[in-house]
Design a protein around this ligand. Structure first.
Ligand SMILES: [Zn+2]
Ligand SMILES: [Zn+2]
Length: 138
């Protein structure tokens, strides 16, 4: 994969990575629905150290039903959702793929929190899905 670059809506925050995603997923949990204002978040996970970020973003922490802290990063100016971190997975960060300049490389491997998926948010029925959050891959 070539370099991935992206930015928030106003352009104050940008990021880039030359790494392959560790994992690609779509999450329908209620927190992702509230944070995104839509039916799911499309997320690519990278090693935190492999993603270069410019600009200042804000963070909001909430507690997931697993008891882990989920920290969502967003642009304080335009409100675009950019990044995510979870206290259960130190050193790993999620990138909200809609913010990538080209996101045609995204190919979700799993759907998580399928139990919260709204009926109107149509997904590929062939994809592996989990009612909640599966254990992290080895
Ligand atoms: Zn912005
Ligand atoms: Zn979620």
């Amino acid at each position: 994969m070539s370099k991935i670059t992206g930015q928030c809506l106003c352009g104050a925050v940008t990021y880039s990575t030359e790494s392959e995603p560790l994992r690609m997923a779509q999450c329908h949990c209620k927190a992702c629905q509230r944070a995104s204002g839509t039916g799911h978040m499309s997320l690519a996970f990278f090693k935190e150290e492999d993603v270069a970020i410019t600009g200042t973003f804000s963070e909001f922490a909430s507690v997931a039903d697993s008891g882990n802290e989920n920290i969502r990063g967003f642009c304080g100016t335009c409100g675009a959702r950019l990044f995510g971190r979870n206290s259960a997975r130190a050193g790993v960060m999620a990138v909200a793929v809609g913010t990538a300049d080209d996101n045609s490389w995204f190919s979700p491997q799993v759907i998580v929190y399928n139990k919260d998926k709204p009926a109107w948010d149509c997904m590929d029925g062939e994809l592996t899905s989990f009612d909640e959050m599966p254990p992290p891959p080895k």
